[in-house]
Design a protein around this ligand. Structure first.
Ligand SMILES: CC(C)(COP(=O)(O)OP(=O)(O)OC[C@H]1O[C@@H](n2cnc3c(N)ncnc32)[C@H](O)[C@@H]1OP(=O)(O)O)[C@@H](O)C(=O)NCCC(=O)NCCS
Length: 204
């Protein structure tokens, strides 16, 4: 794939995630949640969330570089303008590499992680990715549960992959099919409905 086409694909990816156009076919989160594009201005919040969520957090320097990159796609989820979720992804030819998904501990179990993953997969459909792939610690029950819930399966084991404790990495992947865009959207709508019901319930 040539550089120009790849860049165009990135633009499409971004547009599909952050579109505020009411005719956009990708559903947004319901207020007070929203999806935001992460850039350098988010560094402090990104580092804080990374340290809170990850066993071997990326350094502030690495995260700063990540936020500066134009060839990667990162986005966040905010609740009342506070960063409560984030993800970093690369597009490598026709593969979507999911580097990380994190949700603030106070906001887990609301299916925000699933919403993020569904949005990544939908964006993958839009840019004609054929495969989504990632590595996860074999002890990371929550993340493995999340990935399994959306059809990822084991493709390889990288022995003693993590330097901090010698843990194995599971390589999970999943095909991305153009025909499933609507089904992914329906799952997102279900999550948005349950979040807005919950918010209404909490206010009453
Ligand atoms: C993994 C993580 C992102 C999940 O976020 P979350 O918003 O709490 O997850 P969700 O509420 O969207 O749950 C989605 C699915 O994950 C699975 N899941 C979530 N928590 C689980 C748990 N404690 N045990 C097993 N499965 C779990 C379920 O299948 C769930 O689907 P369901 O609600 O339809 O049953 C979150 O736990 C996290 O940030 N962990 C730390 C960072 C991390 O390890 N990221 C992954 C690195 S690759």
């Amino acid at each position: 794939m040539n550089d120009q086409l790849l860049r165009k694909n990135f633009q499409n990816f971004q547009e599909s995630l952050f579109s505020t156009d009411p005719s956009s076919d990708a559903s947004a989160l319901c207020p007070p949640f929203s999806i935001v594009k992460l850039g350098p201005q988010w560094l402090g919040a990104v580092v804080e969330l990374e340290n809170l969520c990850c066993k071997s957090p990326w350094s502030s320097t690495l995260l700063e570089k990540e936020l500066d990159r134009t060839d990667s796609v990162s986005f966040g989820v905010t609740y009342k303008e506070r960063l409560v979720g984030q993800t970093f992804n690369y597009v490598v030819l026709d593969e979507l590499h999911i580097l990380n998904i994190s949700v603030h501990p106070d906001f887990r179990g609301l299916r925000l992680g699933k919403f993020i993953l569904l949005s990544i997969l939908q964006a993958g459909v839009k840019i004609h990715s054929k495969l989504a792939t990632l590595e996860v610690r074999e002890s990371n029950r929550e993340a493995i549960g999340l990935y399994h819930s959306l059809g990822f399966s084991l493709s390889a084991v990288r022995k003693n992959y993590y330097q901090d404790n010698g843990e194995d990495a599971l390589v999970l992947d999943r095909l991305i099919l153009e025909s499933e865009y609507g089904a992914l959207e329906a799952l997102k709508t279900g999550i948005v409905d349950s979040l807005s019901l919950r918010d209404r319930f909490e206010k009453s």
